[in-house]
Design a protein around this ligand. Sequence first.
Ligand code: ATP
Length: 340
Amino acid sequence: MFRRLLGFFAKDLAMDLGTANTLIYLKGHGIVLNEPSVVAIHADDYSVLAVGREARAMVGKHGRRIVTIRPLKDGVIADFEVTSVMIKSFLGSVLKRKQLVKPKLVVAVPTGITAVEKRAVIEAAEQAGAGKVLLIEEPVAAAIGAGLPIDQPVGSMVVDIGGGTTEVAVISLFAVAYSESVRVAGDEANEAIVRYVQRKHQMIISEYTAEQIKIKIGSALPMEKSLRVQVRGKEILSGIPKTFYVTDEEVREALQEPIQVIVESVRKALEKTPPDLAADIYDRGIWLAGGGALLKGLDRLISSDTGLPVHVADDPLTAIVRGAGTVIEHLDYYKPVFIS
Ligand SMILES: Nc1ncnc2c1ncn2[C@@H]1O[C@H](COP(=O)(O)OP(=O)(O)OP(=O)(O)O)[C@@H](O)[C@H]1O
């Protein structure tokens, strides 16, 4: 009885532990944390200097004795210790005071995650102070966040374009019926812009600058108005810092390859989807989620390539955590979605 009473007061949580961003949803409150998945560490004694936004601001601007680390790669834990530290810091800032009962935590993870990777997520969360850790596949969470009827015998296709991975999944009756995952998403797009600028302008820019270019003027198809952005970089030959312009057309050219891989994975998923579910998708269309869904014209490009209607989920950057949040609010109803 006492434990049940304590359980009533427990602050259960849901988390989108992403390659680029980590978001936390607190039961009964909504999204309470949205931070870059970055940790800054002192190289001498490995002490943690900053986590999240504060650590992100140090990237590319620190001396040799500081290291900035993105502990997740392609949606999975690449550096276990640093991930634990990061989760601990985020959970700590959300929960503030020590809890009498450890909170239940729903974590969204990529589809096709291995048993070892699952274990790593659960252990990192437990070390960070979580009680029971429940895992849900990211596209399922994204579909719930987008308001799709995943509890019905109806096929819904979600394309989640994150930082490290693009996941295409067909979901029906609480489960993934078919999925396709490629390690090409936002990060790869930034790297493609860095390479293009080197080749075309003989200038070196950081991945952060490339990301800003992508967000400001990036598009998958020509836009009504031509755009250009002023960029600061370093000339390859002289090493001298210089300012130059990059146009939307150039960014489209740079992004052609990664976009093609994403479109190809959607086409492949459609080909492999069982016929009855495919018929539902042909009727209802495809939903895009994740930060990559914000690339201008990507919905139109996928639509013209597949001949299907393509919708962008509301606030695609938060779709996964909102979906995982819905699950933590109605744990019993969504029991069938857990994968561990
Ligand atoms: N307006 C925009 N246009 C294009 N890309 C964008 C835009 N805004 C954000 N992004 C990209 O979205 C990506 C981050 O998306 P998101 O937070 O959904 O990924 P994540 O969940 O951290 O990654 P993953 O799912 O791979 O673990 C970044 O690569 C970022 O550059």
